[in-house]
Design a protein. Structure first.
Length: 329
């Protein structure tokens, strides 16, 4: 561990910064874990895309289809590759699971192998009544089992959203809860930001809102989704660039750089097939030269027609041509 339990908030305040990305997990054609492909992607994301940190085995990473052993192996590979590249990126490992013993087993493993932080999403509650009391005790108990810094994660998939008041209570009373990925309407996350200044690092998954949140709310980390891995190339890192400009106070320049990505956003949006987000994103990765591969059930694979539409959208996005042009300058 790089810090003690009671130092977790201060450590995160100093180090949990910049653009962090949620990582897909590559599988081979037989659906086994593609360890070599994962290592190749990690080296690209860290060494060439210069991401600030990596969110491993989250929903983008298909954790729900993976065994505990596979999730642990992905954790180990991510920490190994990050260390091999000089710890240029941080690691936040998703220990989310409906089984509490699994959450704690994964959390202890993440701590033991030297991860920076873990993330645990709010549990799905069947017939839940006292949601605030239940969720408070859930996070308090998980945090009591480890010393590592924990990011909460609230999203509608759980069937409810944690209130800003509940999030603030947990942050104030649990020393190693350091952050939250708060996938909620902006009014809610803005209110939580004001309530927990200096106590909780608040972020959300929307890349479109990221620049405004730096400028208007003083946010320090994009925590996180997949756009940093799909919108950028080794020669074209415009999310990193507008983030740097905004944090330096050069807001007008930052807005121009962000706006220049509108064709990429539009290409992704118009070619996204319903019900296949992970398969679609993995295919876009392949078009960028990353390792994608198939998805596991219950997720759907892309049809050939869908793949053709994605190829057309990618060609229209300007990513490949901009990256090639920038590589020659």
């Amino acid at each position: 561990m790089k810090y003690r339990r009671n130092e977790a908030k201060a450590y995160a305040r100093e180090h949990l910064r910049g653009v962090w990305a949620a990582t897909p997990t590559p599988f081979n054609e037989d659906l086994s874990l593609d360890e070599a492909g994962f290592r190749r992607n990690l080296r690209h994301w860290i060494g060439e895309l210069d991401v600030g940190g990596l969110f491993i085995c989250g929903k983008q990473g298909e954790f729900f289809s993976m065994s505990v052993a596979e999730r642990k192996r992905c954790f180990e590979i991510a920490v190994e590759e990050t260390a091999a590249l000089g710890n240029r990126s941080g690691t936040i490992l998703s220990c989310s699971d409906q089984n509490l013993d699994t959450v704690i087993e994964l959390a202890k493993h993440a701590e033991a192998i030297g991860a920076d932080y873990i993330v645990v999403h709010a549990p799905l509650l069947h017939f839940g009544k006292d949601i605030d009391g239940t969720v408070y005790e859930y996070y308090r108990h998980v945090a009591s089992q480890v010393n590592i810094g924990i990011a909460m994660w609230s999203h509608q998939d759980a069937g409810y959203l944690m209130s800003p008041e509940l999030c603030a209570r947990i942050a104030n009373e649990v020393p190693n809860v350091v952050a939250i990925k708060y996938s909620v309407p902006r009014e809610m996350y803005a209110r939580l930001t004001r309530m927990t200044e200096g106590t909780l690092i608040v972020s959300t998954s929307s890349e479109v809102e990221w620049l405004d949140n730096i400028v208007e709310l003083g946010w320090q980390v994009y925590l996180c989704s997949i756009p940093p891995l799909l919108y950028q190339t080794a020669a074209d890192k415009r999310i990193n660039e507008y983030t740097r400009l905004a944090m330096a106070g050069e807001v007008d320049r930052a807005r121009r750089v962000r706006a220049s990505l509108d064709p990429v956003r539009a290409a992704l949006e118009r070619s996204r097939p319903a019900g296949t987000p992970q398969a679609y994103q993995k295919y876009w990765q392949e078009l960028l030269g990353q390792v994608g591969g198939p998805v596991r059930r219950p997720l759907l694979q892309l049809t050939e027609g869908e793949r053709a539409r994605v190829r057309d959208a990618f060609a229209a996005s300007g990513l490949a041509s901009v990256g090639a042009a920038m590589a020659t300058t």
